[in-house]
Design a protein around this ligand. Structure first.
Ligand code: SF4
Length: 237
């Protein structure tokens, strides 16, 4: 599955054209590690492992802009582990938190993420590690991925996005079956693995109407998760 999605990204004409365009403009082709403050000494740095995703959320930033705080986010997944380490070194003196959160679903590069988590645990044991995820990992790999990451990540933020399957389909347009239940199951598995969990929804986007926020909060709480209602911001940050 991981390879198929990488191929899907690789084959995208849009991305190829975009990468060439960036190259011509002199941008770094691979933003793998970034901060959202443009600060030289950010507390939190973000890892952009992939642009592939098993959702196509109607509010996804990927459909609205190409950069985060001026950092071009598109890439074709054709990078090495050492490239992440190299880009991370720029922030290693100041980073207190590392968040896997890119223009895509980080668990689609599960092994790369695991390798980098181990690297962080070994070399920077004080750094807290979080993953922002759509929660499809167990369904994608048909195994308990949460258990694989026990002790390697401190927390996950799962995109709940809707109070039921029908609205989830409408808002997230998942490419896998039973995505809503799978996402909730994955959240529960993270909890069981001792990983701190939170769930979020997005409100204020013009195509999302009358979402039952209370019901979403109840779902999060029933799974033992903190709840976060994120107001949609046009530029994302
Ligand atoms: S889960 Fe995240 S990356 Fe995937 S489509 Fe939704 S907002 Fe975009």
């Amino acid at each position: 599955m991981e390879q198929n999605l990488i191929l899907e990204v690789f084959a995208s004409k849009y991305i190829k054209v975009f990468l060439v365009y960036n190259l011509l403009r002199g941008y770094d082709m691979y933003t793998l590690v970034y901060s959202i403050t443009n600060d030289e000494n950010p507390d939190t740095v973000y890892i952009n492992l992939t642009n592939a995703c098993t959702n196509a959320c109607i509010f996804c930033l990927r459909t609205q802009k190409d950069d985060v705080c001026g950092k071009e986010m598109w890439h074709d997944d054709d990078y090495e582990f050492e490239d992440i380490v190299e880009q991370f070194k720029r922030y290693s003196h100041c980073a207190k938190n590392v968040v896997f959160c890119g223009y895509g679903e980080p668990f689609l590069r599960k092994e790369m993420m695991k390798k980098f988590c181990k690297y962080l645990r070994l070399n920077y044991p004080k750094i807290k590690i979080r993953v922002n995820t759509n929660g499809h990992a167990n369904a994608i790999y048909k195994t308990n991925v949460a258990e694989e990451f026990k002790g390697l990540i401190d927390s996950v933020s799962v995109s709940l996005n809707a109070p039921n399957q029908d609205e989830y389909e409408e808002i997230c347009k998942p490419k896998i079956k039973n995505a809503f239940d799978s996402m909730k199951d994955f959240t529960k598995c993270c909890k069981d693995a001792g990983i701190e969990i939170s769930m979020s929804i997005v409100t204020g986007f013009d195509k999302i109407h009358n979402i039952d926020v209370k019901k979403c909060e109840e779902i999060a709480n029933s799974l033992g998760a903190k709840f976060r209602n994120r107001e949609f911001i046009t530029n994302g940050y």
